[in-house]
Design a protein around this ligand. Structure first.
Ligand SMILES: [Zn+2]
Length: 352
């Protein structure tokens, strides 16, 4: 039996020599140290041996088993190392090759400008107030001092969602961010109707007008409205705030010019121009040789609007303005056609 054991060991170790991969190694393990291998058969027969033979054969069989197991572990390591080396060689990485370009998404230019505007206003103490895009005629026009059939409605042709039975209060897509003034004032006034708190808000958002789409007019565009209401607010506050905004937006040397204008919901009303930042006021194609660029419309909140918002016009006053981020971008980057903003042309969008 001792001869048999050394024969088992010899042939097993020989067979292991020719094993080259994991599959062959597993087959070897089953054949030589597996449950029905010759070696294990000997362990099974130990019980039938005499008392004298049993420890001798047992020890020898254990020695062979340990020898085969350690040879197996050694071979297993060797195969793993070899296969790793092989895969490293085959899948070699050439670090000198240029990488694949990753396509980064980015914010739409209008959103970028909107955020620039809001961040400046936030620095100046304005809180952002968002309001709905679908409005009633009452909110969009009537409470802002545009009664039905008022000629100023001509400036804002509208998309009506539903007319029919609603009579003089149909539903429409808001034509400006100004209905947010009423929502905001009512919300703040409701906090303390006897003593409404003062307000300093920026109201951004999309507006919609039923217009012919041309290089200068779109049916959909962004506006940022500003609204300040409190006691002792004067036109000087309006001028100071907007001139400061212009300096923060267009540079410390930006000069501003106010021209009288008309809006139903402000009195008095004005347009604010900023000195042309393309030519520095000398006159060029962008400013049409005037040296000034029209940036926004503004004015003191009309007493009727204050009252509709829940603020007593004999005690409170305020100012408001509206400006267009797209218009600012068109001036800044000399974009000649407003249709580019919603045209979804990557050649345009990728420039920002
Ligand atoms: Zn100019």
């Amino acid at each position: 039996m001792l001869d048999q054991l050394s024969e088992i060991e010899k042939s097993a170790l020989e067979a292991l020599q020719s094993v080259q991969d994991e599959a062959a190694l597993e087959a070897w393990r089953v054949a030589h140290v597996g449950r029905s291998s010759p070696l294990m058969t000997i362990f099974g027969e130990l019980g039938q041996l005499s008392k004298e033979e049993r420890p001798v054969i047992g020890q020898a069989a254990n020695r062979v088993k340990l020898a085969l197991e350690s040879a197996f572990a050694e071979k297993s390591d060797a195969i793993r190392t070899a296969s790793l080396a092989k895969s490293l060689e085959e899948d070699a990485l050439d670090v000198t090759l240029p990488g694949r370009t990753i396509h980064h998404g980015r914010l739409h230019p209008s959103t970028q400008q909107l955020r620039r505007v809001l961040s400046i206003l936030a620095d100046m103490g304005f809180q952002v107030y968002t309001s709905r895009e679908v409005e009633t005629d009452e909110m969009n026009f009537q409470l802002l001092n545009f009664p039905p059939h008022h000629p100023a409605r001509e400036m804002q042709d509208s998309f009506y969602v539903e007319a029919g039975e609603r009579g003089e209060n149909p539903i429409l897509l808001r034509t400006h961010t100004s209905p947010g003034q009423i929502h905001a004032m009512r919300e703040f006034a409701a906090m303390n109707p006897e003593n409404p708190p003062s307000i300093r808000l920026a109201l951004p958002g999309m507006c919609f007008r039923y217009e012919q789409i041309t290089a200068r007019s779109e049916i959909q565009f962004n506006q940022v409205e500003g609204l300040v209401v409190g006691e002792n607010i004067t036109f000087a506050d309006l001028k100071g705030t907007l001139a400061d905004f212009a300096r923060r937006m267009f540079g410390q040397s930006a000069r501003t010019l106010f021209r009288a204008s008309y809006f139903p919901f402000t009195e008095p009303s004005a347009e604010m121009d900023v000195e042309c930042f393309v030519c520095g006021g000398k006159g060029c194609a962008v400013c049409k040789n005037s040296g000034w660029l029209e940036i926004l419309g503004c004015g003191m909140v009309h007493p009727v609007v204050l009252r509709n918002g829940g603020y007593d016009p004999t005690r409170y006053s305020g100012y408001a303005w509206g400006m267009g981020p797209e218009r600012q971008l068109m001036l800044r980057y000399r974009i000649e056609d407003i249709r580019y903003f919603l045209g979804n042309d990557m050649r345009f969008l990728e420039q920002f």
